[in-house]
Design a protein around this ligand. Structure first.
Ligand SMILES: [Zn+2]
Length: 254
């Protein structure tokens, strides 16, 4: 029998359908779905490339699409009428943008913006809502991610109020590095100040402290984690609390 006439093995079939239009799927929710749900969902997905600071939606926007983040980093921001904003959530390849749709809602309460260059699989909002009743695992995974985001937002709200900027900067760098799978986080201090809801000068001082201690190096537009273990020590307890909670929930979900 020639090699190309062999029936596909289960593992080759799984890897074959870990792609959408030839684009490799990294999103953990999409990869966790059974084959039947992938077959229903994947043909409805379209890969979109998001430039740095591309806004996916503003507060009050009708959600026409939802996004399974594939690479990069998306920030969820609380935005005020005077233009001030602060980051309340961070989403990478583990997550999804458009959670109100899962509960049958249509408008966005926050801004979602690409923190760095990113890519995502987009799906039409109505198509997603139509698929959820027949894709039980997908619906469950999105509900679970909704809880993870609620927990994260709660913790970050407390963190923004109670913890020092250098601790929050360390926490933020660790969260970002986890989500993009790299110790190099490409962004400017100006944007970082906006994320942390503080003045740029405060971020400069905090980044200088972490660099002097040998935990990071930062140049214009790029921050590198040099000593991850020490950076975890320097971060407030929020990073560990959120990481442990997600690990515990994943164990409970099986
Ligand atoms: Zn904190």
């Amino acid at each position: 029998m020639a090699a190309n006439t062999r029936p596909p093995t289960k593992s080759s079939l799984t890897s074959l359908i870990a792609q959408v239009d030839g684009n490799k799927v990294h999103n953990e929710i999409l990869l966790d779905l059974p084959i039947k749900e992938r077959e229903a969902l994947y043909p409805k997905l379209e890969l979109v490339r998001l430039k740095t600071h591309h806004v996916l939606h503003e507060p009050g926007d009708t959600l026409k699409s939802a996004y399974f983040c594939n690479t990069g980093l998306i920030s969820i921001l609380s935005v005020f009428p005077d233009g001030k904003s602060v980051e309340v959530g961070l989403v990478g390849k583990e997550g999804f943008i458009g959670l109100p749709l899962v509960a049958g809602f249509r408008t966005a309460p926050t801004q979602a913006i690409a923190q760095i260059e990113a890519s995502a699989f987009r799906i039409d909002a109505e198509i997603l809502q139509g698929l959820l009743p027949q894709c039980v695992k997908l619906e469950r995974r999105l509900q679970q991610f909704s809880q993870i985001m609620a927990m994260q937002v709660t913790q970050i709200a407390a963190c923004n109020r109670l913890h020092e900027v250098n601790e929050r900067l360390a926490r933020w760098l660790l969260m970002s590095a986890d989500r993009i799978g790299s110790n190099s986080v490409p962004l400017t201090q100006e944007f970082l100040a906006q994320m942390l809801g503080t003045r740029r000068s405060s971020v400069t001082v905090a980044a200088g402290m972490l660099q002097k201690a040998g935990l990071i190096t930062h140049t214009r537009g790029d921050v590198k984690i040099v000593d991850r273990r020490q950076l975890e020590e320097a971060a407030c307890e929020c990073y560990e609390i959120m990481t442990l909670q997600v690990t515990e929930w994943k164990g409970e979900a099986g």
